[in-house]
Ligand binder design. Structure first.
Ligand code: XIL
Length: 349
């Protein structure tokens, strides 16, 4: 089992990786990262826009978009990937096709231009990391909450078959790579029996979880080269209903039925928000610890489950603070101390 991993390997706010890659002494971030985890996923810099739209100097808007869509800057990602590999950590590529972080110019392009731009992006990026990254999130968050496909720019320009097309291009670009479809609020199947208020029994987003399963079943049924499914598991211990985790038995059932399609399943971006709980720190810590422990214990009991990836590891760097500044959703404190939730994860592994 590839246990927890890290997403926040982002030199933008923690230059430890950049420095460490140049053989400087590991800072605390790097020490915890390399001693506690065996894999890395890059939170932001391996997405399409950060790779092509952050090059210095103005983009020549008069030139055809395909010109700058062909301008890649991999240096940030090189630093992080080389750091991880130097410390014998596996790297997951996140994410090739996600409408949220794709170049805005795609909207102004013709269907054929978008198709060739997506194909070029997949081949360029997977080709560049061909010897260093063998696990890829190919398509991310293509489902709406009712389980149908989001009519994002890829859907509108390439049609609903864009998902299949992206997986086929990805397989051609690197036939050895494990190719994953990734989504959120898809972690539960059926209805829970647990009466524990920590979980939601009647998954209000059951339609999306069913849509996730049906999408995967359809791809597998048509011989599309998809090998895995990622369930993001961005949970909230006391938050709004649809962010509370499904019961462990619902998670187990979802992994079981996806595994029966012949796919591996991973939890791809786990964090457990607590800021919606009352201020009582002990209550927050207990709720968070139990969710990490119970959900991962249930997942790990399924043979098709092959790894858990956290979205960050220290509360010092979590994307959640963009929304809830005072939240602490992870397993190490702001000063890199192990939290009770660390024990919750360890107890499950
Ligand atoms: C988020 C990152 O954490 C942020 O730093 C970035 O600004 C936006 O993307 N689901 C995903 C991730 O698949 O790629 C998102 O990551 C969080 C939601």
């Amino acid at each position: 089992i590839k246990c927890a991993t890290i997403s926040t390997v982002d030199p933008a706010f923690d230059p430890v990786i950049t420095k460490a890659a140049r053989d400087m002494p590991l800072t605390k971030y790097g020490q915890v990262l390399t001693s506690e985890f065996n894999a890395v996923v890059i939170e932001h810099h391996l997405k399409w826009s950060p790779l092509v739209c952050t090059l210095p100097g103005p983009i020549d808007q008069t030139a055809p978009p395909t010109n700058y869509l062909g301008r890649y800057d991999f240096h940030h990602v090189d630093t992080m990937v080389d750091f991880a590999l130097k410390h014998n950590m596996e790297v997951k590529g996140h994410v090739l096709v996600w409408h949220v972080t794709s170049p805005p110019c795609l909207e102004d392009m013709s269907p054929d231009e978008v198709g060739s731009a997506v194909k070029r992006h997949i081949f360029t990026t997977m080709g560049y990391f061909r010897d260093r990254i063998q696990i890829w999130d190919v398509v991310n968050e293509a489902l709406a909450s009712d389980g149908t496909l989001v009519e994002n720019v890829f859907y509108r320009k390439m049609g609903p078959s864009y998902i299949e097309q992206c997986f086929r291009w990805a397989h051609e670009a690197n036939p050895r790579a494990v190719l994953i479809y990734n989504d959120n609020k898809v972690e539960g199947c059926g209805y829970g029996s647990d009466d524990n208020p920590r979980y939601r029994k009647n998954a209000p987003l059951q339609a999306k979880s069913d849509g996730f399963y049906n999408l995967l079943k359809d791809l597998v049924g048509r011989g599309v080269p998809v090998h895995g499914a990622g369930m993001q598991a961005h949970f909230s211990a006391g938050g709004v209903k649809h962010q509370r985790p499904p019961t462990p038995s619902m998670v187990k059932r979802q992994i079981r039925r996806i595994g029966e399609l012949g796919l591996k399943v991973n939890i791809s971006e786990m964090d457990v928000r607590v800021s919606k709980l009352p201020q009582d720190e002990a209550l927050r810590s207990r709720a968070q610890t139990c969710i990490y422990r119970d959900i991962l214990t249930a997942a790990l009991s399924e043979p098709s489950f092959d790894g858990v990836w956290l979205w960050g590891f220290t509360d010092r760097h979590t994307w959640v603070k963009n929304f809830y500044y005072d939240d602490r959703p992870l397993i190490f404190s702001e000063v890199y101390e192990r939290k009770d939730s660390y024990e919750g994860v360890k107890c499950a592994l």
